[in-house]
Design a protein around this ligand. Structure first.
Ligand SMILES: *Cc1c(COP(=O)(O)O)cnc(C)c1O
Length: 366
């Protein structure tokens, strides 16, 4: 048994075309059995992209890679956890799931619930969910309740509802979410054939940083060549309960996906920081927008919350040792929040142009 697990190959054999979804790819690391109905949209296997611009900006022979998890089926890393949470809910015979969400959890829960033939209820904070995410939850068939309160209020209610009624909670307090999400760390190590020195990641409820740490540790236990990275967690300065070690009553930030004042995984996150000798820091909304633009200039469009990881990296430029290998996690796709992009860009965009060849060539400077 023990010998078998040592012999077991760490690298999955699948080529991209044959990718079976993350549960099938990493089955031996996940709490599933032959009886588990696997509800999948072929999530995972997202690209790890080398960033020339960021590597040059940091200098000192640093190599910066981006884990672009915005390329999951519903456009965020939430799909990694949701394929697990919904598969297990289905296995346990549940008929409905519920979540509180700043947007991406609701989009993902709705999609996977529909895929698995379950009902989904989602509670979202009125006016603070990006348009793309709301569109998804509605299209995928969730029952959507927009509440006059923030995410933290919504979470409190759904936690109570799931205790009293036969509805499964699929927020990141659901342990299967963390199990699914840890596979992103496996993919990074499979791609790099080693571990990064730093992992930079945005934090909301801190489920994802907890999941990555679990993933890094599981490979490390099998093979010491997979070192343990420093876990660098970033929050927006208007919503930084983990950095300041407080509860933020009225969190405010342009990065709505991490607009959370009382993270449910607070204690787990503290352990991650301590064990990894990492750090939690805040970045301003302006720094987030600068990073968002830098990424787009290299062809990578992420949502504002995701850019917090890159804003944090840039902030630590002078602390980074020579020859470092760094991965920034881009948690969600830029198309989720078109309004933010249209308001915050440096593009030349001229309107009401006369459509004549002469006029247009003149404007283009020819
Ligand atoms: C959910 C989410 C986060 C925060 O992840 P946590 O696990 O709550 O810390 C960050 N970015 C995006 C795009 C998200 O959807």
């Amino acid at each position: 048994m023990i010998l078998n697990s040592i012999k077991q190959k760490l690298l999955p054999k699948y080529k991209k075309r044959n990718w079976p979804g993350l549960i099938n790819a990493y089955k031996s690391y996940l709490p599933v059995s032959n009886k588990t109905p696997i509800i999948t949209l072929k999530e995972g296997n997202t690209p790890l992209i080398f960033s020339e611009n960021l590597s040059n900006l940091i200098g000192n022979n640093t190599k910066v890679y981006l884990k672009y998890d915005g390329l999951n089926p519903t456009g965020s890393f939430k799909d990694r956890g949701m394929t697990m949470a919904i598969s297990k809910a289905k296995e346990e015979g549940c008929e409905a799931v519920i979540c509180a969400s700043t947007g991406n959890t609701s989009a993902s829960a709705a999609a996977y619930a529909s895929r698995g033939g379950l009902k989904s209820f989602v509670l979202i904070p009125d006016g603070y969910v990006a348009q793309g995410k709301l569109a998804q939850a509605l299209m995928y068939g969730a029952e959507v309740l927009s509440i006059k309160g923030n995410f933290d209020d919504a979470l409190e209610i759904v936690q109570k509802l799931s205790k009293e009624y036969p509805i499964t909670l699929v927020n990141s307090v659901n342990p299967y979410r963390i199990e699914g999400q840890k596979t992103a760390a496996f993919e990074i190590m499979d791609d790099l054939k080693t571990s990064p020195d730093w992992l930079c990641i945005p934090m909301g409820n801190a489920g994802n940083i907890t999941a990555y740490w679990k993933g890094f540790n599981e490979y490390y236990k099998k093979n010491k060549k997979y070192k343990l990275p420093k876990m660098m967690g970033f929050q927006s300065s208007g919503s930084a309960p983990l950095v300041d070690n407080i509860i933020v009553k009225n969190p405010e930030t342009i990065a709505t996906a991490i607009r959370i004042g009382n993270p449910v995984n607070r204690e787990k996150a503290k352990i991650v920081k301590k064990e990894s000798k990492g750090d939690f820091q805040s970045v301003t909304d302006n720094e987030i927008i600068d990073a968002y633009k830098i990424l787009a200039k290299e062809g990578i469009f992420c949502e504002p919350a995701s850019a917090a990881s890159v804003a944090g990296l840039i902030k630590n430029k002078n602390r980074i040792k020579k020859d470092s290998l760094i991965v920034c996690v881009l948690t969600g796709n830029g198309l989720k929040d078109p309004e933010c992009a249209i308001k915050n860009n440096d593009a030349i965009f001229q309107k009401n142009i006369e459509p004549s060849l002469k006029n247009i060539s003149k404007i283009l400077g020819y």
